[in-house]
Design a protein around this ligand. Structure first.
Ligand code: FAD
Length: 303
């Protein structure tokens, strides 16, 4: 068996693997797609100590760093089941079963998409999912935020300090965000909130986003909003479906962990966007990967 098996090859999984391997223990990594969300990222300007980098460069750096150690890297392999027996068993989609004395789950998350024409075409060319990451790219420009929940209204308040104007589009007739946030957003002169708005299309000029179309669900009329950026804030979905009924998840599917990264199953740790760790960022997921690996190492020397 492995001493530590890491499931996931994003920044959290890579950090966990490096911390484990540096303890001289038998370490494995299973990753459906090495690099995770970072592989889909263009400009990265908040990875501390690197003024600017991009996703492919950072993914290459992660892989080089992991492979600098004696780590079994199993790429394009998907975990479909976890069970604690004598060892912790992780079953892969191809039927293989990997055994380990400890496991770090770092399967990340994915942004829920609008599924409207233009969204994929203009992803990274005006369609964005992370205001902390991409907000400054739209300095002085008009933007829209899709979604009037907490993350949407927080994004609008955040963006209002950077961009020229923010239009929030909420599908239903009420905003689901906390009252204090809604009050704050409504008090800002450059934020407009439109309810009952169903986004139907992302418009572009072939290079970049130039606007969006939405339908007023009360009147059925179609409207055009001219914006350079569209922040989609309709939910972050943790990749934890295969763990349902196995360990403790929140009602949103996040793996519940303590300060040491430990889950509800002894010996099983978790890190990054798939967990209850607040604020989903590269630097934060790397830190939590290191925490989970050290937590798992502590567990190993005590058991
Ligand atoms: P992920 O990066 O999601 O990696 C999860 C890993 O687990 C992947 O390897 C995946 O293939 C694998 N996996 C999933 N399920 C399974 C399974 N069942 N079996 C095996 N493997 C599995 N953050 C910043 O700090 N700065 C930015 O500029 C920035 N820009 C972003 C831009 C975009 C478009 C996106 C989508 C995100 C951005 N983020 C940014 C957020 C950042 O990418 C995430 O917070 C970070 O990647 C989370 O790391 P993670 O390792 O927890 O998960």
């Amino acid at each position: 068996p492995y001493d530590m098996l890491v499931v996931g090859g994003g920044p959290a999984g890579a950090a966990a693997a490096i911390y484990a391997a540096r303890k001289g223990i038998r370490t494995g990594v299973v990753a459906e797609r090495f690099g995770g969300q970072v592989a889909d990222t263009m400009a990265i300007e908040n990875f501390i100590s690197m003024k600017a980098t991009d996703g492919p460069k950072l993914v290459a750096g992660l892989e080089q760093h992991v492979l600098d150690y004696d780590v079994d890297l199993m790429k394009t392999q998907k975990a479909v089941r976890l069970e604690k027996k004598e060892f912790i068993e992780v079953e892969l989609e191809n039927g293989a079963i990997l055994k380990s004395k400890s496991v770090v789950l770092a399967t990340g998350a994915r942004w829920r998409e609008m599924n409207v024409p233009g969204e994929q075409e203009y992803r990274g060319k005006g369609v964005a999912y992370c205001p902390h990451c991409d907000g400054p790219l739209f300095k002085g420009k008009k933007t829209a935020v899709i979604g009037g929940g907490n993350s949407g209204i927080e994004a609008a308040i955040d963006l209002a300090g950077i961009v020229e104007h923010v239009t929030v589009l909420e599908f239903s007739d009420t905003l689901r965000a906390d009252d204090v946030l809604v009050k704050k957003a409504k008090s800002l002169p450059n934020v407009t909130i439109i309810k009952n708005a169903m986004t139907t299309e992302v418009m572009g000029d072939g290079q970049r986003v130039i606007g969006l179309k939405y339908t007023d669900r009360l009147t059925d009329e179609s409207h055009l909003v001219d914006v350079a950026g569209i922040f989609v804030q309709i939910g972050l979905v943790p990749n934890s479906e295969f763990l349902k009924d196995t360990l403790q998840l929140t009602n949103r599917g996040e793996i519940v962990i303590n300060a040491h990264g430990e889950t509800s199953i002894p010996g099983v740790f978790a890190a990054g966007d798939v967990t209850t760790t607040p604020y989903k960022q590269i630097i934060i997921s790397m830190g939590s990967g290191a925490t989970a690996a050290l937590g798992a190492f502590d567990y190993l020397i005590r058991n």
